[in-house]
Ligand binder design. Structure first.
Ligand code: NDP
Length: 446
């Protein structure tokens, strides 16, 4: 490791003990930024890197709620307000048993760079709870969301902090959270994004992250004269991002052959066509079932407890969770002919996996850039709420596509190396950093 990075990371680790995912996210950024900052001493003198790695505010709270048996349950609630240099804090809420401070700080940190890349005026934040919505009744989820918002409402607002969804937080949860916020504040505002279309939501928001990841991959492929037509694509996850990534790949002429959940993955060599995808959307979003049921219905293979990266593909779209592709799996992907990895999930590739992509010079779009479409359309939802005027599906999709093309341009600008290889990791980290850093410089020591 570069000794300058090592020294910087020693400080981060001693100040934030045990927060492994946060250390991993900061280290990846530090590796890109420390050489850049040394060439631009104004950032070094103002200690921008040290400041950007410290949240502006962390809120931790108790979330008590009553389950259907009348028993009291207690969960932890969190909101990390990471950086507001370029706009109100913005980032999702995650409800999952693995949620802890380190996971949310990594997500909030990444969000700062991602939001900056969209060019919209949004700072970075993230929040959530160790509550697990799986296996809970709708009433239990509602009581939990109401209790969560009863504390969170005092920290957020349309000009302060605007949360959205993430793992375990979809349309149902956003509805319950919004209802409680409105009741406590007595105002109808755009305080959450991902709202239903009848009550302030934006068209294309549910599709945005998955579509955006595919649009970004299409831009990367273009740099090598390729596209999605006829390509075999492996996708992980089967939630919001995976569903709409699958839809867009199919629309662009590719064939998605895998999807997964925490129980394992399905492999359907014939491809997951629109009819089969409609079944998955209903299975996951309404029936709240397991992906193995797909294998039973369509006679596909189900691989219990494993991930789809051993299946031969041209393009891989990890859309489930962090650290879901390790070094060995990356080696297998590349050995099987994979030419492009575009990350719908946040930090799905381990540092060892990223080294393999870089070494083999495949097209690798890190989540900060590749999955920024979701927050970009959340930004558009905020604009529509302020204007009190909804835009059409075509208008929002056009803006989403333009945003992903612009993010790609920025990453190429900052990531192109002397041999013309595009290092999208450096591109996203430096491209996201400059605007936030300049705003921090202009705003003084705050
Ligand atoms: P969902 O909750 O809709 O779906 C998550 C999917 O990933 C489910 O299939 C889930 O399976 C699987 N999964 C989650 N955790 C694990 C795990 N530890 N091991 C194996 N599988 C797991 O979430 P989203 O689709 O919204 O989010 C997916 C990823 O995309 C996350 O990394 C998120 O941070 C990122 N992202 C999401 C955005 C959005 O707009 N929603 C925006 C940008 C990034 P199971 O149901 O079995 O848990």
């Amino acid at each position: 490791m570069d000794p300058r990075v090592e020294q910087f990371m020693a400080q981060i680790i001693s100040k934030n003990p045990g927060e492994n995912e946060f250390h991993q996210a900061v280290q990846e950024v530090a590796e890109s930024l420390i050489p850049y900052v040394e060439e631009h001493p104004k950032y070094e003198h103002a200690k921008i890197l040290e400041r950007i790695a410290e949240p502006e505010r962390v809120v931790l709270f108790r979330v008590p709620w009553l389950d259907d048996k009348g028993e009291i349950q207690i969960n932890k609630g969190f909101r990390i307000e990471m950086n507001s240099a370029i706009g109100p804090y913005k980032g999702g809420l995650r409800f999952h048993p693995t949620v802890n401070l380190g996971v949310l700080k990594f997500l909030a940190f990444e969000q700062v760079f991602k939001n900056s890349l969209t060019t919209l005026p949004m700072g970075g934040g993230k929040g959530g709870s160790d509550f697990d919505p799986k296996g809970k009744s709708d009433n239990e989820v509602m009581r939990f969301c109401q209790s969560f918002m009863t504390e969170l409402y005092r920290h957020i607002g349309p000009n302060t902090d605007v949360p959205a969804g993430d793992i375990g937080v979809g349309g149902r949860e956003i509805g319950f959270l919004f209802g409680q916020y409105k009741r406590l504040r007595n105002e109808f505002t755009g305080v959450l994004t991902g709202k239903g279309i009848e009550w302030g939501g934006s068209l294309i928001r549910p599709e945005a992250t998955g579509y955006g990841t595919v649009y970004f991959a299409a831009e990367m492929l273009k740099t090598r004269g390729m596209d999605f037509k006829g390509k075999t694509v492996t996708v992980s996850g089967s939630g919001n991002v995976a569903q709409y990534a699958t839809e867009k790949v199919t629309e662009l002429g590719g064939k998605v052959v895998t999807l997964s959940d925490s129980g394992g993955f399905i492999h359907d060599p014939g491809g997951i066509d629109p009819g089969k995808l409609a079944y998955i959307i209903e299975l996951k979003n309404i029936k709240r079932g397991r992906i193995r049921e797909y294998a039973e219905k369509y006679r596909a293979d189900f691989h219990e407890g494993s991930r789809p990266w051993g299946i031969k593909c041209d393009i891989a779209l990890p859309c489930a969770t962090e650290n879901e592709i390790n070094e060995e799996e990356a080696k297998t992907l590349v050995a099987n002919g994979c030419i492009c990895v575009s990350e719908g999930a946040n930090m799905p590739s381990t540092p060892g996996a990223i080294e393999i992509y870089m070494d083999k010079k495949i097209l690798y779009g890190p989540g900060k850039a590749a999955n920024a479409g979701g927050v970009a359309v959340s930004g558009l939802e905020m604009s529509q709420n302020s204007l009190r005027m909804p835009w059409t599906r075509e208008e929002v999709d056009k803006r989403l596509q333009e945003t992903m093309i612009n993010i790609h341009k920025t990453t190429v600008k900052y990531g192109k190396e002397s041999d013309d290889f595009i290092n999208y990791v450096n591109g996203a980290n430096i491209g996201g950093f400059v605007k936030v850093a300049d705003a921090m410089l202009a705003q003084g020591v705050v």
